[in-house]
Design a protein around this ligand. Structure first.
Ligand SMILES: [Zn+2]
Length: 271
């Protein structure tokens, strides 16, 4: 499969390729990424990998099927798009459910839900029924900027992928910085030591947002690994830290200065 942003997402693309070509396609995915990333085209590329008649995972890009997807007229590819308000409503999900109940032209329907994190609670509850018992081989792809807006039951039904927006080298550096910070918090390092560590990135909104993402991923991994690994934190501690990081990310999105958002976070999380 060929993807946009491929230079930053080798790991993700390798996993998608493997699972599509091995036929191990799940019924539901969440593709997460910042608002400015074109998640729809990422999902369409994924859909090509599933639909392309040259073989699963092929996504040749120039057969009739790939061409139809490019032109937005593939009958089996169903879009759920938000209303003008930005929300995805109950009725939008209902309409999609009617479509996927019908027989697909090919082997299956693939559904792309844009702004899935803006589904109303009713819409999410309705979607849940489809996630629990999807008709045939239907694949549902939820596109999301802020996964926390999805109910835990919806999240638990989906395989989750995250699109990075950093080059892999920068991403590795950010991941290392996140791990260093977490280690510092663990030994209750002083505020200034922590600030010194991030001194070079603190004014840059994009870098700070990326750092917060990396910290969240690290804490989430600790939460998932809890069974197999000894950490100093209880699941409640980790959940609290993840919550604080998400709060800081939201603040930055709401135009709080990255420097003060991160200072607040350090005081709350490290204290
Ligand atoms: Zn093709």
């Amino acid at each position: 499969m060929r993807f946009e942003y491929s230079e930053n997402n080798e790991g993700l693309i390798r996993r998608l390729n493997e699972l599509v070509s091995s036929g191990g396609i799940s019924h539901a995915y969440i593709i997460e990424g910042d608002s400015w990333l074109d998640k729809t085209s990422f999902a369409e590329t994924f859909a090509k990998g599933i639909f392309c008649p040259k073989g699963l995972g092929e996504n040749c890009g120039d057969c009739g099927m790939c061409d139809k997807i490019d032109h937005g007229n593939c009958e089996d590819l169903v879009y759920v798009r938000p209303e003008a308000s930005g929300n995805v409503k109950d009725e939008n999900i209902e309409t999609m459910q009617e479509v996927i109940k019908t027989r697909p032209f090919g082997k299956r329907h693939v559904v792309i839900i844009e702004n899935a994190d803006h589904m109303t609670l009713r819409a999410q509850n309705r979607l849940l029924k489809t996630l629990e018992e999807p008709p045939g081989d239907t694949v549902i792809i939820l596109l999301s900027e802020n996964i926390e807006n999805l109910t835990p039951t919806v999240r638990s039904r989906c395989v989750r992928f995250h699109i990075n927006h950093l080059g892999s080298e920068k991403y590795d550096h950010m991941m290392q910085t996140a791990e260093d910070l977490i280690e510092m918090f663990g030994r209750k390092a002083g505020f200034f030591e922590v600030m010194l560590k991030i001194n070079d990135i603190i004014r840059d909104k994009e870098s700070i947002s990326a750092l917060l993402d990396c910290m969240e991923v690290t804490y989430r991994n600790m939460l998932v690994d809890q069974g197999g690994r000894v950490t100093a934190y209880s699941p409640e501690d980790l959940t609290e830290k993840i919550y604080l990081i998400e709060e800081a990310s939201t603040d930055i999105r709401m135009n709080v200065s990255p420097a003060s958002a991160i200072k607040n976070l350090i005081i709350k999380i490290g204290g």
